[in-house]
Design a protein around this ligand. Structure first.
Ligand SMILES: [Zn+2]
Length: 54
């Protein structure tokens, strides 16, 4: 199953050993995980910026 970025909807490239080229964040109020691609991670420098876009 391909993982999609929760901000831009692009598929997240998978590196070897199941590592994703990107990051995973959680909102403080929930246990749901959000996947963020490398490109969005680069644009949005902090976790706060990422959470604002979700
Ligand atoms: Zn993205």
């Amino acid at each position: 199953m391909a993982t999609k970025c929760n901000i831009c909807g692009n598929k997240i490239a998978e590196l070897m050993l199941g590592k994703l080229k990107g990051t995973v964040v959680k909102k403080p109020s929930s246990s749901k995980q959000y996947y963020i691609c490398f490109e969005c991670q680069k644009k949005l420098k902090t976790k706060e910026e990422i959470l604002k876009k979700l």
